[in-house]
Design a protein around this ligand. Structure first.
Ligand SMILES: Nc1ncnc2c1ncn2[C@@H]1O[C@H](COP(=O)(O)OP(=O)(O)OP(=O)(O)O)[C@@H](O)[C@H]1O
Ligand SMILES: [Mg+2]
Length: 199
């Protein structure tokens, strides 16, 4: 399993255990779904896998070793609310440039208009801003995309458009995806395999 969470345990501020003895893995090229009730720890797991949180117990391994530091993380996370994921004071062109992910083909694939890059986050719709966050996450060197309720806030048509672009890009670039969602139907439609998360 190239990306693995092994016997993961997590507690926030020495509070109760949110995750315990959790094992999860994503193979290269796989699209895996993760479903489970609200509050069961899906977003916590997503942050552990992407290195945004350090596990209280257990390990996250990439190709059997720790995730390399000092380079752009090959495991990238997209959150439900894009406005929480970008610097509100930066124009979006700067956000993309700083992450080293200004790939014209990717911007075209995601139907990102050049003019948006000259705007601040508050000057885009939620769906437009989420496309920017997806482009940032899918930039060079990304091998794993963790999509945590990535399109939950969008209407069905926008949701379908974004997923179509992401799946096409992922297939072409051999990117694996972990799709975390409340929406069983979406997960069933997108994924090769679904992991059911119990509380
Ligand atoms: N920063 C935090 N500090 C303390 N507790 C937290 C923090 N973030 C999450 N929790 C708690 O951890 C548990 C798991 O939260 P998490 O966000 O991982 O759930 P989830 O499965 O993603 O839920 P949802 O489906 O509603 O997004 C919840 O009980 C939550 O209250
Ligand atoms: Mg969540």
């Amino acid at each position: 399993m190239p990306l693995e969470g092994k016997s993961l345990g997590y507690r926030y501020n020495k509070g109760k255990w949110v995750l315990q003895h959790m094992n999860v893995g994503v193979e290269a090229g796989e699209i895996v779904g993760l479903v489970g009730p609200s509050g069961c720890g899906k977003s916590t797991l997503a942050k552990l896998l992407a290195g945004h949180l350090q596990p209280t117990e257990g390990h996250v391994l990439l190709d059997g070793g720790p995730i390399p530091s000092g380079v752009r993380n090959p495991v990238q996370l997209v959150l439900q609310h894009p406005e929480q994921a970008v610097n509100p004071k930066w124009k979006l062109g700067r956000t993309l440039a700083e992450s080293g992910t200004m790939d014209d083909n990717l911007l075209t694939e995601l139907a990102i208009e050049e003019e948006w890059l000259n705007r601040y986050p508050s000057e885009l719709s939620g769906g437009e801003l989420q496309r920017i966050c997806v482009a940032r996450a899918l930039g060079s060197g990304t091998r794993y995309l963790i999509a945590d309720e990535m399109t939950t806030m969008l209407d069905a048509i926008t949701q379908a458009q974004i997923w179509q672009s992401v799946l096409k890009w992922a297939e072409r670039n051999h990117t694996s995806i972990l799709v975390i969602s409340h929406e069983r139907q979406l997960v069933n439609r997108l994924c090769n395999r679904v992991v059911e998360f119990m509380r």
